[in-house]
Design a protein around this ligand. Sequence first.
Ligand code: WT7
Length: 572
Amino acid sequence: MKVEALSPTNGDYQLKDYSDTYHSFDWKEVEREFSWYETGKVNLAYEAIDRHAETFRKNKVALYYRDASRNEKYTFKEMKEESNKAANVFKSFGDVEKGDRVFIFMPRSPELYFAVLGAIKLGAIVGPLFEAFMEGAVKDRLEDSEAKVLVTTPELLERVPVNELPALKHIFLVGENIEEDEKYIDFLSKMESADPHAQIEWVERTDGLILHYTSGSTGKPKGVLHVHNAMIQHYQTAKWVLDLNEDDVYWCTADPGWVTGTSYGIFGPWLTGTSNVIVGGRFKPENWYKTIEDFGISVWYSAPTAFRMLMGAGDDVVKKFDLSSLRHVLSVGEPLNPEVIRWGMKVFNLRIHDTWWMTETGAQLICNYPSMDIKPGSMGKPIPGVKAAIIDDQGNELPPNRMGNLAIKKGWPSMMHTIWKNEPKYQSYFMPGDWYVSGDSAYMDQDGYFWFQGRVDDVIMTSGERVGPFEVESKLVEHPAIAEAGVIGKPDPVRGEIIKAFVALRDGYETTDELKEEIRQFVKKGLAAHAAPREIEFRDKLPKTRSGKIMRRVLKAWELDLPTGDLSTMED
Ligand code: WT7
């Protein structure tokens, strides 16, 4: 297939193009950018906020925040003070010490960001939870991490089974009229009287920073632990790939419950001293364009599912807004369709730059950085200092244009440190030859561009969110009517994939539409709205291996009219 490459449009980018596939780069060069290179004292929150508050950026706006009821801005100096206050509040009323897990379960608000930075200043490990999580999902994560402190709202507290979480000692509530005792503390009133000066806890580069739970094809979600050292790559990719410059106004649409919302919603932009726009509330095309217009957004990082929804809203909506401030647009999370890139060229007159990485990789690895030619449909090329390859199941590198496992040579700075309390799981990501194996299949073309082909495992990507089929199946079989369930991702033009569940009922239950709806609600309430199957199909029995494993691959093949492959392990 011949593809037309799109060339860069304007100028002077921080990362120059290079034509070979592997461009060596010594990450040590980046270390000089941080104060710890000289002082030996490390803390990401200091580098992201306090350091700028001591320079010409002191009165520069660090955070613009807007939702339906608030419209606020905070300079780097103010962010320093607010995060210091949060650190003092956590220390005095939550006994937070280095290494403690502080979980944050609330919608976006300035307080969420003060809390994240404040906890990091104390050397705590932050666990951000997406506000859509329901009780089961919240419990799994707080239990596995043994979180000591939780910051949440009175509304969301209903989804926290406090009595079943013995490690959870203190709960900070962000809201009005909070009744306090030793366990429940009024965060806002404590913030008001807190000291804006704080002592930073200096840590090692390999000390814990953030714990992101993410799904695999089997088992419960796993806690991916990142450490302070990741700042090297957050910083450098914010320069090279996001191309952030002093005067940029940057908007990342991701929630901090996902890794994009922390690595590139908090760390990358602030490590580079950039003005960062955060918008709360639900997605509406008009609001999004209005955000770009009102704040004069110049660099915008979003996801294919959002671009497809904007595309679906029609080009007339775009014309109502002045989007002339935009100069650089990026995407992550799932394949970026060439059609979306063509739409971007038409309505913004800009290329949308796809980037590939994962929760586990901590930062961008394969990207369409601004100075290079874009081949629509390709994820781009590895950034300098990162070696990517397509390998077979034995770990041998495959030649160009052969499909195989997308793998990265170990050693990039933001790689996960471990899987929380599960070192064997962490080890299972690696293959001989120091390869980290991503679980994606892809090929590399003759020019060194990587092309995503799919997940090797059964993980579902729906609207840019990763959902483990096993987790949904486990929830489904908790429903009294369900005997067995198998869950697959089904291709969908807007959401990438939707979740489809095949369900075998227990004796005595009728296959009705009401029951389908009840099952859907059951998963929605028990897990999360995005994990609820959009399609449910009743079956008398499901294809299983002799050892009793549901064969999702067979369900998928039947659904999509594909060859079923080897059925030798299937039970009769
Ligand atoms: C999986 C990782 C990194 C934050 C968002 C997702 C898929 C990610 C792309 C892309 C095709 C992509 C992969 C990957 N993915 N970016 N540009 N093109 N697929 O993080 O939840 O950890 O999911 O998302 O399958 O393995 P995540």
